[in-house]
Design a protein. Structure first.
Length: 176
């Protein structure tokens, strides 16, 4: 599949109403730390989190779409103020469909950032399918755009910086 240039990406981002994000391997470096009694910890990228907050303040809907249920994910998304946290379903297209109905959105109005083979369905159905730089080779083939940065290393911020440029909004104006 031919890749979008940054200019083409920005044009597509103008039409996006919701950015859906996978967690493990996109918002994290794909590592999970387990302690006694199953206590789970994840390392989230702070810059990604900052730009998620700024994008929501600028009017972009953000949704988490993760196959794996995780208290660490729920805690981090609560911290950021992300209202749409969808977890615990292998089929991410089915997982996000009720949210799209609720928000009166169509698949062509969403962008999705993923990294793994279970993300292919949503990458192919979304109006804009994005893979982080260190994605599986199968997802890299399916994606419209591939970030320069890896998952957990600022890939989400990279995309959101392009979003702000596309909609001609200064992210600094959304700091409080």
């Amino acid at each position: 599949m031919p890749r979008l240039t940054v200019t083409q990406l920005k044009k597509k981002l103008k039409a996006i109403k919701l950015l859906a994000l996978d967690v493990d391997g996109v918002l994290t470096d794909d590592s999970i730390y387990f302690g006694p009694n199953g206590f789970e910890m994840k390392k989230f990228n702070v810059a990604d989190g900052l730009f998620i907050v700024l994008a929501m303040r600028a009017g972009l809907e953000i949704a988490i779409v993760s196959r794996r249920p995780s208290p660490a994910t729920t805690t981090r998304m609560n911290d950021l103020g992300v209202n749409h946290v969808l977890q615990d379903h292998l089929d991410k297209v089915k997982l996000i469909s009720p949210l799209l109905q609720k928000l009166n959105l169509k698949f062509n109005e969403i962008a999705f950032i993923g990294n793994e083979i279970m993300d292919i369905g949503l990458v192919e159905n979304a109006g804009l399918g994005i893979a982080v730089a260190d994605s599986s080779k199968e997802l890299l083939k399916a994606a419209d755009f591939v970030t320069k940065k890896p998952g957990g290393g600022g890939a989400v911020r990279e995309v959101l910086e392009y979003y702000f440029e596309a909609v001609v909004k200064d992210p600094k104006s959304y700091l409080r």
